[in-house]
Design a protein around this ligand. Structure first.
Ligand SMILES: [Zn+2]
Length: 265
């Protein structure tokens, strides 16, 4: 099993995080590898084994894992002390300040986003495809962190995991027009008669509009559709594939000076 880390978040000692790959794992067929989703065409026994192995690999408590039933909407849930871990949340973003509660987001081309505020000690995971980006799930999550936990934009760190990049994200005329309508025309590139959309560029701009520091925003260089040997890609695999995941968790460590729990370099 292999996972990849965000260099930005790796500087922070109070969190555990990682993005899974499809390397290793027990799944067969179109989900071959380390598929972490139950809702795709895979044997649930293998998915459970993949979950267990991934939890051992990253060292997070599987019994506390927060899984979202992602619906490309803009519902954002807060996990607090009253949360019942048997619940499956229908939402596309989760936020918590609880220790030892891993938040998972599953994707195959959509952007898995991990967020951390090292000052207020709050984490979030966000699922953002085109619909989520257009409906502003990402800035809404940051604003909810500000409102609920008094997070300051300048402290917030954001990692975009492997996702479909502009090189592979051709869009039709309706999506092109919708992008322009929302003011995202800057993220369209024309090649021949075809248009390609850069979702990461839009997501980055949405964060900059909230005054996040550009040095605290980082994107994986992997395009999921260019790298189906390492990741799952809904687009490149014709809609029939597994899901990989991003995970973030606050560790239960005592740090007397929270301001120094991350090296911003
Ligand atoms: Zn690509």
């Amino acid at each position: 099993m292999k996972s990849i880390k965000s260099p930005l978040l790796s500087n922070c000692e109070n969190i555990l995080h990682g993005y899974s790959t499809r390397t290793g794992g027990f799944s067969q067929g179109v989900c071959r590898g380390n598929n972490l989703a139950f809702h795709v065409n895979d044997d649930p026994k293998n998915v459970r084994k993949n979950h267990l192995h991934f939890s051992l690999h990253l060292d997070f408590p599987l019994e506390k894992l927060i899984r979202m039933e992602q619906v490309h909407g803009d519902n954002i849930e807060i996990i607090d002390k009253d949360f019942d871990f048997a619940t499956v949340l229908v939402c596309d973003a989760v936020i918590t300040a609880l220790k030892n509660v891993p938040l998972m987001v599953m994707v195959a081309d959509c952007i898995p986003i991990l967020i951390y505020d090292p000052v207020k000690e709050v984490v979030a995971s966000v699922h953002a495809g085109r619909a989520g980006i257009f409906s502003k799930i990402l800035p809404q999550t940051v604003q909810k962190m500000q409102k609920h936990y008094h997070c300051r934009p300048e402290d917030i760190m954001v990692s975009f995991g492997p996702a479909i990049h502009q090189c592979c994200y051709e869009v039709g005329p309706e999506v092109k027009e919708e992008a322009e309508k929302y003011g995202h025309g800057f993220a369209l590139k024309k090649k021949g008669k075809h248009y390609y959309l850069d979702l990461l560029a839009i997501a980055r701009r949405q964060l900059e509009e909230l005054q996040l520091d550009t040095k605290n925003i980082e994107a994986s260089h992997y395009c999921s559709a260019c790298n189906t040997d390492i990741f799952y890609s809904y687009r490149a695999e014709n809609g029939s594939c597994g899901r990989f995941a991003g995970i973030i968790m606050l560790k239960n460590v005592v740090n007397v000076n929270l301001e120094s729990s991350c090296r911003y370099d």
